[in-house]
Design a protein around this ligand. Structure first.
Ligand SMILES: NC(=O)c1ccc[n+]([C@@H]2O[C@H](COP(=O)([O-])OP(=O)(O)OC[C@H]3O[C@@H](n4cnc5c(N)ncnc54)[C@H](OP(=O)(O)O)[C@@H]3O)[C@@H](O)[C@H]2O)c1
Length: 238
């Protein structure tokens, strides 16, 4: 799809990858970018094309309100995500449910609420779900989070034909580690949010169903395509 002139909405836009996606969309010539965040005071809105929208993706009232405010969106980027649960045996039910509530149910609820908006787009529309390499095989140290991201990938696959029938493309982003608050405790090479955001937009422009936006994701994505079992073993050994 063409990014120039697009009207996008990015969830979780106040920090990390979401903030970098807003900046990259502006740089790519988007006509308007709705920057959605739980606390809009935390948004940096340096460009007049950036429009703040209050949105907690676990709150049905706020989701409905966001779909009303941003009624001209043609590119919906579901970036907001939570990492509350770690090793499965050590994680509490509360933390597991928190990851599923945001990463699975929240993402699905946003897509459903924006369907009428996206269907109105004359040239077709695109939804992008920011998932993770852990959607493809579990990273056991993040077993609960991985399970939620795998479920979100399944949701993405299930919705893809349903949305296509409504002229809406659904793309999945499967990043490796990015240098954001979410993984600040993990000691491993990480991409910068700006580089990862540029990789995401390049994949959207090419219309890739699976976008591997950073070098580690590209390397691991090739391994996954060649041998899912080897990919699983590689992740389990980290
Ligand atoms: N960092 C990585 O290595 C990595 C790798 C693969 C995939 N990802 C995915 O990339 C996406 C962005 O993560 P990040 O690395 O930028 O993490 P981050 O720095 O922790 O940012 C997470 C963002 O999601 C928002 N958020 C969380 N729960 C929300 C909710 N219920 N409603 C609305 N917004 C909510 C946060 O808002 P608040 O500021 O209000 O908390 C924040 O803006 C996530 O989907 C994550 O799973 C990250």
């Amino acid at each position: 799809m063409k990014l120039e002139g697009t009207v996008a909405l990015v969830t979780g836009a106040n920090r990390g990858l979401g903030k970098a996606l807003v900046a990259a969309l502006v740089e790519a010539g988007a006509a308007r970018v709705y920057a959605a965040a739980r606390d809009t005071e935390k948004l940096s809105v340096a460009d007049p094309r950036v429009v703040p929208v209050p949105l907690d993706i676990t709150r049905p009232d706020q989701i409905a309100d966001a779909a009303r405010r941003a009624g001209d969106v043609t590119l919906l980027i579901n970036n907001a995500g939570a990492l509350s649960s770690y090793n499965l045996l050590a994680s509490s039910q509360v933390d597991l449910e928190a990851d599923f509530r945001t990463n699975v149910h929240g993402t699905l609820a946003v897509i459903k609420a924006f369907l009428p908006v996206l269907e109105r787009a004359t040239g077709g529309a695109t939804v992008v779900n920011v998932l993770s390499l852990t959607s493809l095989a579990s990273f056991p140290a993040l077993g609960g989070y991985s399970a939620s991201k795998a479920a979100a990938y399944s949701v993405t696959q299930a919705l893809r034909p349903e949305l296509r029938a409504r002229r809406i493309e659904l793309l999945a982003v499967l990043p490796g580690p990015i240098d954001t608050d979410m993984v600040k405790a993990l000691q491993m090479p990480k991409s910068s949010p700006a580089d990862a955001a540029r990789g995401v937009l390049a994949g959207i422009a090419r219309g890739e169903e699976e976008i591997f936006p950073d070098p580690m994701a590209q390397q691991m994505g090739a391994l996954w395509m060649g041998s899912p079992k080897e990919f699983e073993r590689a992740f389990a050994s980290f």
